[in-house]
Write a protein that binds this ligand. Sequence first.
Ligand code: CA
Length: 295
Amino acid sequence: MIVVPKEKHVYSFGPNMKEVARAKPGDIVIFETLDALGGQIKTENDTIEKIDFSRVNPATGPVYVEGAKRGMALKVKVLDIEVADRGVIVTAPGAGVLGDKVREPKTKVCEIRDGFVHFNGLRIPIKPMIGVIGVASEEEIPTGTPGKHGGNMDTNLITIGSTVYFPVFKDGAYLALGDLHAVMADGEVCVSACEVSGRVTVKVDVVDWKIEWPIVETSEAYYILVSHENLEEAIREAVNQGVKFIMERTGLSWDEAYMLASLVMDVQISQLVDPKKTIRVKIPKIFLGGTFRVE
Ligand code: CA
């Protein structure tokens, strides 16, 4: 078993990443992670404008995966996510969907106990997820920005039991991850989730599958995750990718795949608040007619 400590982290996914560990296909890798704020927020007096932004969004890694060649896909099965016993939620003027209405920076520290986030007397069941997860990209992309390489996709489906596939741009893939959330709803509207440090256990593998964007697989469906500065462009490209995916799996013509998509493929929001917004399309396996890559 390979353990990557939280001190070994990066702030960008680029072409010159240097591995801190090596894994073989089928290996189990444990990543210890700092929270998205670099652990700088400890009390409710620590607000976001006081922190050092060069230490935001640390991603633990990267891990070189042997046999992952450019043009293939890295397969990452999330086996476990353990989160710390406290999390923080932050917002600030200009941040999130309603940033124009926020008058001053605010921080809330929440206790996480017995499987719940405790928020002003409410108990919210935790659903631990990985906000930042990605591989080396062709250009230097800060860990706070999502893209074809993955990154800050803030997608709550990247959780225990899911498998995430990434296009490999650089031999070895160079997997890094961080930014755990104890719980986050689709949209992440106030700009943060319940941000936590923790520990993630994954199984890495390599598959000969040419993909353009990250794909999440659950027992029920495939989700293609597309990020763009412009929400409509993100939606358009996600739908385009979804229709292509349906064509490839079913042998339908493009027009028929487009029609089937209209009947069975949901367009969903992952997050609306990062430098690029992340949209996903959900393609239920039951309509694909095959068992391609079903586990
Ligand atoms: Ca995030």
